[in-house]
Ligand binder design. Sequence first.
Ligand code: G3P
Length: 218
Amino acid sequence: MKFFIDTANLAQIKEAQDLGVLDGVTTNPSLMAKEGISGDTNVIAHYKAICDIVDGDVSAEVISTDFEGMVREGEALAALDEKIVVKIPMIKDGVKALKYFSDKGIKTNCTLIFSAGQALLAAKAGATYVSPFIGRLDDISTDGLGLIENIRLIYDNYGFETEILAASVRHPMHIIECAQIGADVMTGPLSAIEALLKHPLTDIGLAKFLADHAKANS
Ligand code: G3P
């Protein structure tokens, strides 16, 4: 399973990259705003800075909601760096834009996926990735991981090559269960990725090894 980090924070992206397990980055307009990035020039510069750090796909989201606008924005974003994946919302013009970019060989990530039907449509349109938001479904007492299972089944039934990118991941159990189900990618915060490495018995065991070594060598 590929690990993407879901942030526009350069320090966190660098930390995840340095850990050696990072396969890509996802951003969205809210994450860009959280970092105080605004204005076309700054946004473009920020995407370039992210691409310079990460060795993998970088999702950059369009703001337009009409087909022509998405094409214009998406082509400009894709021209920035070969790592850029154009992130398109799951709306009617978005589906048309997915097909347009797919035909041109430009990678896409269809975002704001909350149902299996939306994921099926995005795959039919040739999306490279679909992003089901599992945390936001859990937030409204709906089974986010169940949606990943349904999409996995549908894609496997027909051999769709669209990759399932589990998004809105909130904690390490989301990551582990996504891996069990067979999500192709997960994107989450650095905290969820780092939480995977923690176990109290590891800390206790290491302390004992080091103490025994120190005793034997004193
Ligand atoms: O990749 C989508 C993600 O950014 C949404 O996460 O935590 O805002 O639901 P969240």
